[in-house]
Design a binder for this molecule. Sequence first.
Ligand code: FE2
Length: 248
Amino acid sequence: MKEVLAFIEEQKQEYTKLPLFQFLDDKTIDPRQRLGFAPCIAHFIMSFGDLNKYVFREKEAVTKAQQIINEHTFEDDHHWPWFITDLEKLGFNQSMTFTQVLRFLWSEQTKVSRLLSYYLSAYTLQADPLMKIIVIEAIEATGNVLFSKTAKIASELTAVTQQDYIYFGEFHFNLETGHAMGEHEGEKYLEQIKLTDVQRQEAYDLVKKIFSIFTDWTNELLAYAQKQIIEEENSKVANSTLVHCGKH
Ligand SMILES: [Fe+2]
């Protein structure tokens, strides 16, 4: 298992280099605009609670690996309410009708956010707990990259607004250790597991698939966030044209 964990770490380093993360680091862009992808991830963030409760967790954990997974799911199944309050604090809670919300959540521009849940379910539902742990480790690695960036943006915003952002900020980042099991003992347990050749190959394939879908996701988020900036600029231009026209 050690080599699979090392492979996840390698993939994580590559993941960090993606354009979304350069965008999130770009202090010339307004912090609220850098977090402008937030509405786009709603379907996945809300579904992630369900994945933990109903897909990763098993009623009876008969193996040590599944026990570790179950414990982890109790930590990760209730983060979505923080996401909702952050959306409100960030001003992304504009009034929409119910059907407008449905159309947005199931639109083409938020497609990968939905696919993520479906793919992750396919890889984990009733899977060997060892493969599930590998999937969770890879997910955690991607989350660790994203939250390390958003936590910095959130603290920039806090300095201006005096508001705390629980989901995007330090609080959540500090909870997300980047691993499936928080405690040292769990990490050691994983490292000493010997995988068969077949299991190892399956594990590598899964890790590649996870990083591939999360990479597509980051591209979707970047496209969405950039589109918001353009629309905001267009509306500024439109407003100033209106003011200008009104004067004459
Ligand atoms: Fe979380």
